[in-house]
Design a protein around this ligand. Structure first.
Ligand code: ADP
Ligand code: MG
Length: 641
C-alpha cells in the first residue's frame, strides 16, 4: 500500500496547534505520557494472552525501551505490547473521541490565565504531548496477532501520513525527531541519558514493566532492538518498578503518589487527596485511592468509566473495576491490589465475591472518613471537593442506606444563614432557634428565586434558617431522607408551615378559630371555583407580605420532581396542590367581603383565578393559560385609569 495523506479531525488539529505552540510549560511530561501508553499496551497484551493463549505472541520479555539517536536527534519509546491495527491508528491517533473536547477547547481559548496546564489535564492529550518537543513524530506499530504493521507520521500541521509496513516488530515504537534544545523554553536535551533517567525516575518509576535505556544506533534514526553490535552497552533498567501501594508511607513522597495518580487517571493535575489502605490477615489487600481536584467533563454522562484498577499480587487485572466502589464515588481513582484473587477473575465473579464486597464496604467508609477529616483539617480543600463532586456524592443518599449518616455528615448546603458560606447539617442544628423542631429546606432553580418566594416570608420574618437546595439531585434525596440527628427534614413549600411552638399555638388558638369562621365562606367558595386546579384553599401561616402562595401536600410529588421524572421519560400523575391565602393581606380581606355580598358576580370568580395565577408566578411556576391571565389583568388595569 502506498503512503497516503489524511487530515486530522478539527478538534485534533486545534489541540495539536496548542501542543506545538506549547501552552504547557513543563515539556518533560511528554515522556511520561508515552511511557504511560506503552505500559497500558503491555497490560493489555498480557491480559489478552491470559484470555486467549492461541494468539501465538511471546510475552516472556514484555518491556519498554528508550533509545536516542544523534543525527538527526531522535528519541524513541518502544514497547512490545498490544500494538494497533491500521484502523485503530486512524481512530485512536487521528481523532479525539472525547465528546467534551470541543467544550474543553473553547474553555481553553477563553481562559487567559496560566491554569491552562490544569485544564489540559482534563482529558487525554497524552500522545500529542510528543509534539511539544518534536518537529516530527513517527509511530510504527503492529497489532499482536496481525502480520502487517502501520507507519504513521506527522509534523502536527494539519495532516498525517499512513503506510502499511511488511516487517514491523510487534508492538509500538514512537520516534520523535526532536526540536533543538532550548533550556529557556524548558525544552531540554532529550537525547541526554542523564535527562531521561531523571524524567523516568520522577514520573514513571512505579511503572510495573521494566523501562530499559539503550544507546542509539547512530546509523539508523530508529534506534536498535537486538544489540548485535558488540560495542553497544547492555540496556539498563532505569525504573524501580516498585508498587507504591505496597510500600510504607514514609518510603514514598507525595510527588510519587501524584505521578501514579496521573498515570491511572490520565489527569495532568495533582489529586486533591491521597487515601492509603493496607489490610492484613486472612484477606490481604492494599489500596491507594485518589480524589481528583477537578470533576471530569463526562462525570454525568452514561457509561462514565470508574477509575479503580484492580491488581492481583502486583499484576494488573482490569481497569474500571466497578465492583469496588459505588456509583456515587465514581470520581475516585486508584489501585486496589488483592492477594487472594485468581488472575482469571472476571467482572461477573467479582460482583458476587464476598471478599470483594467486604473490601467495597471498607473502601467506601475510608473514602467518606477521609473527606470528613478533610472538612475539619483542610476547609479550603473540602470546599473544592464539594464544589466538584457534591452533586455526585449526594446520589449516595438515595442508594447507600448503610452510609447515609456518613454521607450527610460530609455534605454541605447553601442556606439563608449566610450568603456565601455553605453550612453542614450539624451547624444548622446548632443554630436552631429555641423551640424549632425541624430542619427546613426549600428546593428550587436558584438561590435568588427561592429567597424571593412567598414561602420564605414567615421564615424570614421569624429569622428561621432555611436550606436552599438547587441541585437536581436535591429534589430526589430530600424525599428519601426523613431526618438528621432526630430532626425531620421539612420542605417549606409543603404541608403546614408549623413554625409555632406548642405554647404559641395555644396562644393564637382563639384568634385562629375566629379567623377560620370568618373566612369559611370564602374558602369553600374559592375551593369550588378553582377545583380544576387546586384541591383545597386554606388560610396560611407562612405569609406576611404576599396575598397567596401554592403549596404541596406533605406526601405529594412536587412540580420540580415531576418535571425531572418527565425529563427521564417517566410520567408522574398530576397532583393538585393547595392554595394558601394570607388573611392579613387587604386583597384577601377585600375578596372575603365582596364574596359575602355578591358571590355570583362573574368578576369575582375571575379575581379568584387571578389570585391563584399570581401565587404560581410568585414561586416561579408556569400559568396554564398565560394569555387569559394577561387579558384579565389588562381589563382590571384599564378600570383604574
Ligand atoms: P489515552 O492514553 O488517554 O487514551 P493517548 O493520546 O495517550 O490517550 O492515546 C490514545 C490511544 O492511542 C490510547 O488510548 C491507545 O489506545 C492508543 N495508543 C497510544 N500509544 C499506544 C501504544 N504504545 N500501544 C498501543 N496503543 C497505543
Ligand atoms: Mg495516554
Amino acid at each position: 500500500m502506498p503512503t497516503e495523506t489524511f487530515e486530522f479531525q478539527v478538534e485534533a488539529r486545534q489541540l495539536l496547534q496548542m501542543m506545538i505552540h506549547s501552552i504547557y510549560s513543563n515539556k518533560d511530561v511528554f515522556l511520561r505520557e508515552l511511557i504511560s501508553n506503552s505500559s497500558d499496551a503491555l497490560d493489555k497484551l498480557r491480559l489478552e494472552v491470559l484470555r486467549d493463549d492461541t494468539l501465538g505472541v511471546d510475552v516472556s520479555d514484555l518491556h519498554i525501551g528508550i533509545e536516542t539517536g544523534e543525527d538527526p536527534r531522535t528519541l524513541t519509546v518502544r514497547d512490545n505490547g498490544i500494538g494497533m491495527s491500521y484502523d485503530e491508528v486512524v481512530q485512536l491517533i487521528g481523532t479525539i473521541a472525547n465528546s467534551g473536547t470541543a467544550k474543553f477547547l473553547k474553555e481553553l481559548k477563553e481562559s487567559k490565565d496560566v491554569d491552562n496546564e490544569g485544564l489540559i489535564g482534563q482529558f487525554g492529550v497524552g500522545f500529542y504531548a510528543g509534539f511539544m518537543v518534536a518537529e516530527e513524530v513517527t509511530l510504527l506499530t503492529r497489532r499482536a496477532g496481525e502480520s502487517k504493521g502501520t507507519r504513521w507520521t506527522s509534523t502536527g500541521e494539519g495532516t498525517y501520513t499512513l503506510e502499511a509496513v511488511e516487517d514491523a516488530p510487534q508492538g509500538t515504537a514512537v520516534t520523535l525527531r526532536l526540536k533543538p534544545a532550548d533550556a529557556e523554553d524548558q525544552l531540554f536535551d532529550y537525547t541526554s541519558p542523564w535527562k531521561i533517567r531523571e524524567i523516568v525516575k520522577r514520573y514513571s518509576d512505579f511503572i510495573t514493566w521494566p523501562i530499559r535505556m539503550a544507546a542509539a544506533d547512530p546509523q539508523s534514526g530508529e534506534g536498535a532492538e537486538d544489540g548485535e553490535d558488540g560495542a553497544r552497552p547492555e540496556p539498563e533498567t532505569i525504573n524501580s518498578m516498585k508498587a507504591l501501594w505496597a510500600r510504607s508511607r514514609d518510603e514514598v513522597t507525595d510527588e510519587e503518589y501524584h505521578e501514579l495518580y496521573k498515570h491511572i487517571s490520565h489527569d495532568w493535575a495533582d489529586p486533591l487527596e491521597t487515601v492509603r489502605m493496607q489490610a492484613e490477615g486472612t484477606f490481604e489487600y492494599q489500596a491507594l485511592l485518589f480524589i481528583p481536584s477537578r470533576a471530569p467533563q463526562d462525570l454525568f454522562t452514561q457509561g462514565h468509566k470508574r477509575g479503580i484498577q484492580l491488581y492481583v499480587k502486583r499484576v494488573f487485572i482490569m481497569d474500571d473495576c466497578e465492583a469496588l466502589l459505588p456509583e456515587y464515588l465514581r470520581f475516585v481513582k486508584g489501585v486496589v491490589d488483592a492477594q487472594d484473587l485468581s488472575l482469571n477473575v472476571s467482572r461477573e465473579i467479582l460482583q458476587q465475591d464476598r471478599q470483594i464486597q467486604l473490601m467495597h464496604r471498607r473502601l467506601v467508609k475510608k473514602v467518606l472518613s477521609t473527606v470528613k477529616e478533610m472538612m475539619s483539617a483542610h476547609a479550603d480543600r473540602y470546599a473544592t471537593f464539594w464544589k466538584e463532586f457534591g452533586k455526585v456524592v449526594k446520589e449516595g443518599l438515595l442508594s447507600d442506606f448503610e452510609n447515609r449518616d456518613a454521607i450527610l455528615g460530609v455534605s454541605s448546603f447553601a442556606s439563608t444563614h449566610d450568603k456565601d458560606e455553605l453550612t453542614t447539617l450539624q451547624q444548622y442544628v446548632e443554630r436552631m432557634k429555641e423551640g424549632q423542631q425541624h430542619i427546613f429546606y426549600m428546593t428550587g432553580e436558584s438561590r435568588a428565586a427561592m429567597e424571593n418566594s412567598p414561602h420564605m416570608e414567615a421564615f424570614r420574618a421569624r429569622g428561621v434558617e432555611v436550606l436552599l437546595l438547587t441541585d437536581p439531585v436535591d429534589e430526589v434525596w430530600v424525599e428519601a431522607v426523613p431526618e438528621f440527628d432526630g430532626r425531620q427534614l421539612r420542605s417549606i413549600a409543603k404541608g403546614e408551615a408549623d413554625l409555632d411552638t406548642e405554647e404559641e399555638k395555644k396562644e393564637v388558638e382563639g384568634e385562629r378559630e375566629k379567623r377560620q369562621q370568618e373566612y369559611a365562606g370564602l374558602l369553600t367558595w374559592m375551593t369550588e371555583q378553582l377545583s380544576e386546579d387546586v384541591k383545597e384553599v386554606r388560610l396560611s401561616s407562612r405569609l406576611t407580605v404576599s396575598p397567596a402562595c401554592v403549596v404541596s401536600d406533605s406526601d405529594d410529588v412536587t412540580p420540580a420532581l415531576r418535571s425531572m421524572y418527565r425529563a427521564m421519560g417517566q410520567e408522574m400523575p398530576q397532583t393538585k396542590r393547595i392554595l394558601e391565602l394570607n388573611p392579613d393581606h387587604p386583597l384577601v380581606d377585600g375578596l372575603r367581603k365582596a364574596q359575602a355580598e355578591r358571590d355570583s358576580d362573574p368578576g369575582l370568580a375571575e379575581t379568584a383565578e387571578l389570585v391563584y395565577g399570581m401565587a404560581l408566578l410568585a414561586e416561579g411556576g408556569e400559568l396554564s393559560d398565560p394569555s387569559r391571565f394577561t387579558k384579565l389583568v389588562a381589563e382590571r388595569l384599564e378600570r383604574t385609569l
